[in-house]
Design a protein around this ligand. Structure first.
Ligand code: PEP
Length: 257
């Protein structure tokens, strides 16, 4: 369990393309939950248009704010894109990279994830790098190979000194937004594999420092058993992070582990 390994538990919300500024305001005003910051970290990854409001309202709190994507260049002729430098400038601390929805709908690949990761780390932001297999890949029993490849390509040429700013989220695609959660054993097995691969890429010691999240239909009712797994250090939570009571409950559960 995270606590034994001295890793924090990260409760991270991914709002996707949901919530306007008014809803963001209402959510954050209601997010009055106490937690031990030595043990638990709380993050909300909001749409770009809500970053200003969210950052302003969390100025004096322990809640961190992040984006859900960025470009790999700092500026230039990339109409419609947002750079890591821009995120840094407004005070965002985190950014999700390589979410399966971005891979599926926006042609994101391990190569672009790698370019984005390098740019994000250069700008001293923290990256939540998502990996995960499809249902077909799981049925074909190639989950571990797929995850290894995503990690090796996605984390190519990343220096060990940047490891402290990398978080991995294991999100089996078949469990995202489907209500199907991986069992705690399935999630732990893959997260242990991720830690072993990180050990090969960096070093065993460094791999022990990296937070590995599970994501895929995590909610208040199932988060405790997931967060208690040896190699799982929290959750990347989509649907259930839109409900402030549920999100608060998950933070309290993490705080009590
Ligand atoms: C996600 O968006 O990263 C996610 C895991 O979604 P959900 O919790 O809704 O399955």
């Amino acid at each position: 369990m995270s606590v034994l390994n001295k890793r924090k538990i990260l409760v991270a919300g991914n709002w996707k393309m949901n919530n306007n500024n008014k809803e963001t305001e209402a959510f954050l005003e209601n997010l009055n939950v106490e937690f031990n910051n030595e043990k638990v970290e709380v993050l909300l990854c909001v749409p770009y248009t809500n970053l200003g409001v969210a950052l302003n309202l969390t100025k004096n709190s322990n809640v961190k704010i992040g984006a859900q994507n960025c470009h790999f260049k700092e500026n230039g002729a990339y109409t419609g894109e947002i750079s890591p430098l821009m995120l840094k400038e407004i005070g965002a601390e985190y950014v999700i990279l390589g979410h399966s929805e971005r891979r599926e709908y926006f042609n994101e690949t391990d190569e672009t994830v790698n370019l984005k990761l390098q740019a994000v780390l250069k700008n001293e932001l923290k990256a939540v790098v998502c990996v995960g297999e499809t249902l077909k890949q799981r049925e074909d029993k190639i989950t571990k190979e797929i995850i290894s490849m995503q990690l090796k390509k996605g984390l190519k040429n990343i220096l060990e000194e940047h490891v402290k700013n990398i978080i991995i989220a294991y999100e089996p695609i078949w469990a995202i937004g489907t209500g199907k959660t991986a069992s705690k054993e399935q999630a732990q097995e893959v997260c242990e594999h991720i830690r072993n691969v990180l050990g090969e890429i960096f070093s065993k010691e460094k791999a022990e420092e990296i937070l590995i999240l599970y994501g895929g239909s995590v909610k208040a009712v199932n988060c405790e058993e997931i967060f208690k797994q040896k190699d799982i250090d929290g959750g990347l939570i989509g649907g259930a992070s839109l409900n402030v009571s549920e999100f608060k409950e998950m933070i309290s559960i993490a705080n009590g582990i």
